[in-house]
Write a protein that binds this ligand. Structure first.
Ligand SMILES: C[S@@+](CC[C@H](N)C(=O)[O-])C[C@H]1O[C@@H](n2cnc3c(N)ncnc32)[C@H](O)[C@@H]1O
Ligand SMILES: [Zn+2]
Length: 318
């Protein structure tokens, strides 16, 4: 953990996003804090383990849910982002549709990547010149991968936390959350929880599944898969090519064959994935809903897509 992160951390239990956390019993390696404890004046304490402050209680529901993502992210080979800036700019702009140059939105800014996953947009914001990017995820494996891909940069920090209760103040010029909010217990509540961290004039970009983005067959399949032994679901997905990792070689590439059929795959089985079958929460939203969330939190819409993604700027108080 970088000492600069301490300035941005706030106790997630104390109300008002204003209670600071003090560092206790820190073990350092050079500047970096590799282990220790963070505590607020009211006595709420959180561990720093392997250099990452951890705000997910070991036995709570968020910890249990993040295990699904641990399996997903562990299945991947680590990403190497260096030299792939053009590719990731294009990936980000497919959602964000911000006026170019992208640097204008990130240079010198404090950025929150809420649900960073493997850190592709954490890395992008950092190389586009952000002052500090805080990458948050509930999954330990996601953070490990994000750190492998973007952790070498001086302006990136990692935090393990629930997007619903971020241990951060209202200090961010830019909040990104792509492909995350629809995996929480309440998408709108999660959106409101992340936008609280934006400073007036700040930029927010979100992506949530649009209506009928997911193949309809996923819904009846989930009635089985969410109850089934997860390891069995994973083995089945791996064997038939419904896995999350395109680099895996399945025994029978049924998933790939169905994907080639495109529209002829009327059931949409080719678009079923291990994530879709196992992620505890999965919802689709309309652009109208997202527009309403923005309007009700004082965020002026800058751009949107029907996927659904949207970018906006905070004009009033959220
Ligand atoms: C589909 S990935 C998206 C990752 C990244 N934003 C991207 O676009 O590549 C969803 C991520 O959200 C994280 N996530 C889901 N629910 C969360 C929660 N309540 N708090 C923090 N992270 C969460 C998962 O662990 C996972 O890494
Ligand atoms: Zn506290």
């Amino acid at each position: 953990m970088k000492p600069a992160l301490l300035e941005l951390l706030r106790c997630p239990v104390c109300p008002g996003l204003s209670a600071r956390l003090a560092l206790d019993a820190a073990e350092r390696r050079g500047e970096a804090i590799v282990a220790g404890r963070l505590a607020c004046a009211a006595g709420h304490a959180f561990a720093i383990a392997d250099g990452i402050p951890d705000f997910v209680e070991p036995h709570d529901a968020v910890a249990a849910r993040s295990a699904v993502y641990d399996t997903l992210w562990e299945a991947h080979a680590d990403q190497r982002y260096a030299g792939r800036e053009a590719e990731y700019r294009a990936k980000f702009q497919a959602f964000a549709r911000l006026p170019e140059p992208l640097e204008a939105h990130f240079r010198g800014r404090v950025v929150l990547d809420a649900g960073c996953g493997e850190g592709r947009f954490t890395w992008l914001a950092a190389v586009l010149g952000a002052a500090h990017v805080v990458a948050v995820d509930a999954s330990r494996a996601a953070l490990r991968r994000a750190r492998a891909g973007a952790g070498g940069l001086a302006n990136v920090s990692f935090v393990r936390a629930d997007v619903m209760a971020l241990p951060l103040g209202r200090a961010f010029d830019c909040v990104l959350s792509l492909g995350v909010l629809h995996h929480t217990e309440d998408t709108e509540r999660a959106y409101r929880a992340i936008v609280r961290h934006l400073t007036p004039g700040g930029l927010v970009t979100i992506f949530v599944y649009g209506r009928r983005t997911l193949p309809w067959v996923i819904w009846p399949l989930r009635r089985w898969s969410l109850r089934a032994d997860r390891e069995r679901v994973r083995r089945l997905c791996d064997a038939y090519g419904f896995g999350y990792d395109p680099a895996r070689r399945p025994r029978l590439a049924v998933g790939r064959a169905l994907r080639r059929l495109g529209r002829l795959d009327v059931l949409g089985l080719g678009r079923v994935t291990y994530e879709g079958l196992t992620t505890p929460y999965l919802r689709e939203h309309s652009l109208g809903e997202v527009r309403r969330w923005f309007a009700e939190t004082g965020v002026e819409l800058l751009s949107s897509t029907r996927q659904v993604s949207a970018s906006g700027r905070l004009v009033g108080e959220p």
